[in-house]
Design a protein. Structure first.
Length: 542
């Protein structure tokens, strides 16, 4: 029902030509971000009134304009108008497993390895046959098991319609590492699997068609000449990792010093991976330093999985550090509450950066990323940068004297403001405007729509009460009861509610933030807001 899962785009119009096809130009040359074949509907168009309420398929002519069909017979365009994208359903067809096993259809994840998916498909089928025959996985670095796997893979290729050339080296590596476990690869696979479940349940986003294979063979190939003993179990929690990369590489990971800036959704995922890999657990050296000035908000709990409801309003870095140590008690971690910026350069001097082996960005804004990148470049430290926006994300590895730095190019300005910034630290005019829009949308659009939809679904109050008493769970019932309990009955109660909302938004929240974060940039901004609220007359507040 929704192939992308993103909010429908709204495009403000500056002009529509009276032609065939009619060309729509965006207001102030803002990019429309539409694609050919998508649909839009129009409203508030002055002049070409026939367009209002009509639906048209889009043909993109430039980033700032698109055509919609014949408008030559319509009245001339005058001014105004908004084009709203319409989400159109799309059908996907899948073949049965029996057919796909012999004639697979792949989604390519790495265009530099066009032959990899078919090689992996062949090798994994051979691994399945090996397990059926022996009720076990191939032994680590066992040449005899690897040779048997290669014979099984050769027989598998005969059953495939494309009759591919067998990559015996690839099959050997799968045999040698099949008992291994790489935490980051497992995390990526788990994320993809859970996404597919959500797609099936919600009807949002496009499902994978049909196979997706991932490999990180580039990690293990350089280790081919290392002795077999390097990969054998030692009886500790890192045996599965050791089977893939060897004991020497494991020790290097354990002795790393890592500085991670930020501890939100990406930070929690990073810390979990660090704990499972044993980063910073070395006996010789090794330490994970994590800093984040933010407190945990209720809205964080849906994606920052190291936090629980009883952690709300506690520091993110300290809470995440404690949760990570529960995963791996050997981890050495130093949680801090500083914001990494020019104001804290006395704390994070060059000497501090020179002690780090890797710097990791887990930030939610470009300005902070640029600053950390500049410190990494000046101290010749590698940087791992990553970011998310809704369901989208990116990662970038920046290696000194080998790759370009984060500051080497400019991203377009962020159109969306992180929710945690809006909720706790609105710092610019744009933040306050967006904050006000969100509050207005919630109070005067979302909640009333939820209320009306609920009573369209349920016939009467008596019916709802009866179903609640029997223990039935009704979707949206909690919000309806909450709205009814707070509904004003007269003008005085309206004034009272307005004043309580004002105190909540412009006084209590600020006082609470200052109490929990007694130093730094938040205090100055919230004290400014408090000063404004105290100077605001009661009448104008209402």
């Amino acid at each position: 029902m929704d192939t992308t899962g993103e909010e429908p785009k709204e495009i403000f119009i500056s002009n529509i030509t009276q032609s065939n096809p009619g060309v729509v130009t965006c207001f102030e040359n803002r990019s429309h971000n539409l694609e050919c074949g998508q649909y839009v509907t129009f409203r508030e168009v002055n002049g070409m009134a026939a367009l209002n309420g009509s639906t048209h398929q889009v043909s993109v002519t430039s980033p700032y304009s698109f055509s919609i069909g014949d408008t030559s017979s319509m009245e001339p365009y005058q001014h105004g108008g908004i084009a709203m994208q319409i989400k159109m359903p799309k059908s996907f067809c899948f073949e049965r497993l029996e057919k796909q096993l012999v004639d697979p259809q792949f989604l390519s994840a790495d265009f530099s390895k066009p032959e990899a998916p078919l090689n992996i498909h062949t090798a994994v089928l051979a691994l399945d046959h090996f397990q059926e025959m022996h009720s076990r996985l191939p032994n680590i670095r066992c040449l005899q098991d690897a040779e048997e796997m290669q014979k099984l893979a050769a027989s598998v290729t005969e059953t495939l319609q494309s009759k591919p050339v067998l990559d015996e080296q690839f099959v050997k590596w799968l045999s040698w590492t099949s008992r291994g476990f790489l935490t980051p690869l497992a995390a990526a696979t788990g994320g993809i699997a859970s996404q597919e479940v959500l797609k099936a349940v919600t009807g949002k986003f496009s499902p994978l068609q049909q196979w997706l294979f991932l490999d990180v063979l580039d990690i293990v190939k350089p280790l081919e000449q290392i002795s077999r003993e390097e990969f054998l179990p030692r009886g500790d929690r890192y045996d599965a990792l050791r089977a893939c990369i060897g004991d020497t590489f494991c020790k290097k990971i354990h002795n790393l010093n890592v500085f991670m800036v930020g501890c939100g959704a990406i930070g929690c995922e990073m810390l979990k991976n660090f704990a499972l890999l044993g980063v910073g657990c070395g006996s010789e050296r090794g330490l994970v330093t994590v800093t984040d000035p933010d407190l945990i908000e209720k809205s964080n709990l849906n994606r920052q999985f190291l936090f629980r409801p009883h952690h709300i309003q506690k520091p993110k870095s300290c809470t995440a550090a404690a949760a990570t140590i529960n995963i791996n008690p050997e981890l050495k971690i130093d949680p801090r509450l500083d914001k990494v910026c020019p104001a804290t350069e006395n704390t994070y001097r060059d000497e501090f950066y020179l002690r780090q082996d890797v710097i990791v960005n887990a930030l939610d804004n470009v300005e902070a990323r640029r600053y950390v990148d500049s410190r990494a470049v000046s101290n010749i430290r590698p940087l791992l940068d990553s970011g998310t926006m809704g369901t989208k994300g990116h990662t970038e590895v920046i290696v000194p004297q080998l790759t370009e730095s984060y500051n080497s190019y400019r991203d377009p300005p962020d159109e969306e403001i992180p929710f945690c910034t809006l909720k706790s630290f609105p710092a610019t005019i744009e933040h306050t405007i967006q904050w006000a829009r969100d509050k207005f949308e919630s109070s005067f659009s979302h909640k009333p729509s939820l209320y009306n939809k609920f009573w369209q679904t349920h016939a009467s109050v008596e019916d709802v009460l009866q179903r609640i008493q029997t223990g039935e769970s009704l979707e949206g019932c909690f919000h309806i009861v909450k709205l009814l309990s707070r509904k004003p009955r007269n003008w005085s109660q309206c004034v009272e509610l307005a004043r309580l909302k004002f105190e909540k938004y412009f006084n209590h929240k600020a006082q609470q933030t200052i109490a929990f974060i007694p130093t730094g940039y938040a205090v100055k901004r919230w004290k400014f807001i408090l000063a404004i609220s105290k100077a605001t007359p009661y009448s104008s507040t209402v």
